[in-house]
Design a protein around this ligand. Structure first.
Ligand code: ZN
Length: 371
């Protein structure tokens, strides 16, 4: 039984003048005046809500009575946040009879472009609420790193995931190599804003994403691969070598999820885990593409055979940036990372009425596969 109650916070500062300016959620800040968060750390039935407002770290504890969702507002943020004291459930890896699918990849903290593409194609409305009905939204990994609005992206996806369920829709946030790198403590590509936020919190950045944090436990419930109708979605790609271990979609998802926090040695000494977390694994593989240094390109016939082996009609991938969405290998591969990371470009993919479209931020869509 869900218990719903609202909690409002009033945070007191030494300087009351801080409240005179309303901060827009998602606004670009300089490093001298950052606003970031909130981050939630769960301690049994207590939620510790941490955020930065104009370079001031704030921490507030809330005791949650019973199991259920609760929403809260924070001074300085123009959106409410909703969280549940119940840990996230693991979704199935396969879905059928889905009416329409919107797919976007490699957002890399470019919140504004992300919103433009969703809004322009009516996946969300003007209030940034779910308007995709019973359709599915697939986020193909790499929301993390590079850009300065990763937190905003995460809260939007988190909210849409809950809203979609109420419409019998679904959000699939799949892991990319940057989610896994970040969760495993590799902060090479993290925007300075987040290093600064951690410094202000006097915490190590990965602690904000630990397994008992809201973002951390949510991300650790995510899959790497999902099959919807007859289409496979994965961040990097599936190497044909997957058949050596006997391809099992659910098992790959479980193995990656359960080993996100495993030591480098645990991964190194397991041949299968080394493959799953390595450059030929689903998070990193680039072997469908020419001119990549990490993997030789597979042949078209091998690709067609692989799709048959995986029992899918198409494989949709991100990770390897293209100028525009242009399927290849007899339309078996649909690459959709089209440079959202640059901030002012990038497309999305729509599947509706058995037809694939390239979708622009202004809502223009163009059919790309003719059968
Ligand atoms: Zn990637």
């Amino acid at each position: 039984m869900k218990n719903k109650f609202k909690v409002f916070f009033v945070i007191f500062f030494m300087c009351a003048g801080l409240f005179s300016q309303e901060i827009q959620f998602g606004k670009e800040e300089s490093l001298n005046n950052i606003t970031d968060g909130p981050y939630i750390l769960w301690e049994n039935n207590k939620a510790v809500i941490k955020y930065i407002l104009n370079n001031n770290p704030v921490s507030q504890e809330v005791t949650v009575q019973g199991e259920g969702t609760f929403s809260f507002s924070l001074e300085g943020f123009d959106k409410d946040f909703e969280i549940s004291s119940i840990p996230p459930t693991i979704h199935p890896s396969t879905f059928s009879d889905v009416s329409k699918i919107f797919v976007i990849s490699d957002i890399h903290g470019q919140y504004d472009r992300f919103v433009q593409l969703l809004k322009g194609n009516r996946v969300i409305d003007a209030n940034l609420d779910w308007s995709w009905g019973n359709g599915h939204l697939v986020i193909l990994g790499d929301v993390f790193d590079r850009g300065s609005k990763v937190t905003e992206c995460l809260w939007l996806i988190h909210k849409l995931e809950n809203q979609a369920e109420r419409w019998q829709g679904k959000v699939h946030y799949l892991l990319g190599n940057h989610e896994v790198m970040f969760l495993r403590g590799d902060l090479k590509y993290v925007h300075d804003k987040y290093k600064k936020a951690a410094e202000l919190f006097k915490m190590e950045l990965p602690k904000l994403y630990s397994a008992n944090s809201e973002f951390g436990r949510w991300l650790r419930s995510k899959h790497t691969i999902v099959k919807i109708n007859n289409i496979l979605f994965v961040h990097g790609g599936i190497h044909p070598r997957v058949s050596y271990w006997g391809y099992n979609l659910q098992d790959i998802n479980d193995k990656i999820r359960r080993n996100i926090d495993s030591s480098d040695d645990t991964i190194k000494y397991s041949e299968y885990l080394s493959f799953l977390f390595g450059s030929d694994g689903p998070l990193w593989y680039r072997g469908y593409f020419e001119d990549t240094n990490t993997s030789p390109q597979i042949k078209q016939d091998d690709m067609i055979e692989l799709a048959a082996h995986l029992e899918v009609s198409e494989i949709v991938v991100g990770h390897t940036t293209q100028d525009f969405i242009n399927p290849f290998f007899k339309d078996k591969v649909i690459p959709i990372d089209t440079g959202i990371k640059y901030g002012d470009k990038g497309e999305a993919l729509i599947w509706e009425n058995e037809t694939f479209y390239r979708a622009k931020a202004n809502g223009y869509r163009e059919q790309i596969i003719f059968k």
